[in-house]
Design a protein around this ligand. Structure first.
Ligand SMILES: Nc1nc2c(ncn2[C@@H]2O[C@H](COP(=O)(O)OP(=O)(O)OP(=O)(O)O)[C@@H](O)[C@H]2O)c(=O)[nH]1
Ligand SMILES: [Mg+2]
Length: 300
């Protein structure tokens, strides 16, 4: 560690689906947060840790801010907003290819009361013509004052270096909170269950993606080449259980095949993955279930 080491916590906040988790994965250089084209993918605050020789930036990926319809949604929005008072800087991310909406205004009302610097990050610039950027920026500037405005493409990496550079210039002297090789505050079992949930998001539609929770029941090293993972996919109704299992188990098999590939990369080992499906009626509105499935304030 050098003298004058710098560090800071940075929250990424925004509406669902703008690309917050995509950015965190890009910065960390590894998939620690799941992403999908369905809104409300992220459900917990997840730290992504970026370490250099003289600095450590801890990014906090947050659930997208939306109007909650269930207690799970309320937990998600509360978790996201709670970060605003816990960090040194806030990145407000928008999708530059979409119009500003009431959700963005709701967030900006909150951001006006934040004491830390706030950057506007315009993501998905690969989808808009450069000439279109200025009017978008002006529209947001009319709503509130931002300390910096940075357009990026999280998925392709455009301008992400610049974002990191500017962020570094705002960091103050501070400790190295995590070892250099640690990329997330979450344990592997959490990322494993998220990777399985991501495959359900990819492969199902409508209400199913939102009705699913995944729990890693066990992870056991069988031998030096093989880890056995057992996980349960929880749905809200028995009709959904049928869909997750699919015709002669075909859907569950596909979920397992896709998840296994990602888990093998994460754990650097061959994986034997065993999946079960279970029904927990209306778990998204059942406090006991929310607790059991990892959606509680003091948990990850
Ligand atoms: N074209 C393009 N697509 C992007 C970009 N960044 C993210 N996406 C896509 O946008 C979708 C949403 O990305 P996520 O990272 O899951 O979005 P999020 O903001 O974390 O969403 P929630 O967790 O639901 O709040 C995914 O399909 C991404 O591949 C980008 O810069 N350009
Ligand atoms: Mg996300």
């Amino acid at each position: 560690m050098t003298d004058n080491f710098k560090s800071g916590f940075i929250s990424i906040i925004g509406r669902p689906n703008v690309g917050k988790s995509t950015l965190i994965n890009r910065v960390v250089g590894q998939k620690i947060a799941i992403t999908s084209d369905k809104p409300q993918t992220t459900r917990n605050k997840i730290q992504g840790i970026y370490t250099e020789d003289d600095a450590q930036i801890i990014f906090i990926d947050t659930p997208g801010i939306h109007k909650p319809k269930h207690q799970l949604g309320q937990f998600m929005v509360d978790s996201a907003l709670s970060t605003l008072n816990e960090v040194d800087l806030v990145l407000f991310m928008i999708n530059a290819s979409e119009k500003m909406g009431p959700g963005d205004r709701f967030i900006m009302e909150r951001l006006k009361n934040v004491n830390t610097p706030v950057f506007l990050v315009l993501n998905q610039i690969d989808k808009v013509h450069p000439d279109e950027l200025l009017p978008i920026i002006e529209a947001y500037q009319n709503e509130m004052k931002f300390d910096e405005i940075i357009p990026v493409s999280a998925i392709h990496g455009n301008n992400v270096d610049r974002l990191l550079e500017v962020l570094s210039s705002y960091l103050e002297e501070g400790p190295q909170y995590y070892p250099s090789d640690q990329v997330s505050d979450h344990p592997e079992y959490f990322i494993v269950q998220e990777l399985i949930r991501e495959k359900v998001l990819q492969l199902t539609r409508e209400e199913i993606p939102h009705s699913v929770a995944v729990i890693t029941e066990s992870m056991q090293r069988e031998n030096e080449h093989l880890i056995e993972v057992q996980a349960t996919i929880v749905v809200e109704r028995s009709s959904q259980k049928g869909i997750i299992i699919g015709k002669q188990g075909s859907m569950l098999k596909e979920i397992g095949t896709r998840a296994r590939k990602d888990i093998e990369i994460l754990l650097g080992s061959k994986i034997y993955l065993e999946l079960w499906v279970k029904v927990a009626d209306d778990w998204r509105d059942t406090p006991r279930d929310l607790n059991r499935f990892g959606y509680k304030d003091e948990e990850y």
